[in-house]
Design a protein around this ligand. Structure first.
Ligand code: FES
Length: 111
């Protein structure tokens, strides 16, 4: 059994540069997807510092700036990139399979 499963996200195909969307996956996981210079990235939507949706934040290059306290994360790997965020969030590989854009999620995805 594979360690990852492909989850199609059709809305990602229409993302414009510097645009962010929040997507709720079939298992209930909420992710934010970002288009940075034509490349797609995905992380958990929920900030690790508080109950904020990162999809409501602002992109600054590879940094997503949280709308609540202006902490930040690197969208490439979910690492903290600005105080007060010190705990990483999950980042998910964005891939194309059979002409569909989607995410690779851990099999049996845990929150
Ligand atoms: Fe995101 Fe505080 S809730 S920085």
């Amino acid at each position: 059994m594979s360690d990852e499963i492909f989850v199609s996200v059709p809305a990602a195909a229409t993302l414009s540069t510097d645009e962010i969307i929040a997507v709720t996956l079939p298992d209930g996981t909420c992710v934010a997807m970002y288009n940075v210079d034509g490349h797609l990235y995905a992380t958990d939507d929920r900030c690790s510092h508080g109950n904020a949706s990162l999809a409501d934040g602002d992109l600054d290059g590879f940094r997503i700036i949280c709308p609540f306290h202006e902490g930040a994360f690197d969208v490439r790997d979910g690492s903290p990139a600005g105080y007060p965020c010190t705990m990483p969030i999950r980042a998910y590989p964005v891939v194309e399979r059979n002409g569909q854009i989607g995410l690779l999620m851990p099999n049996g995805n845990a929150a």
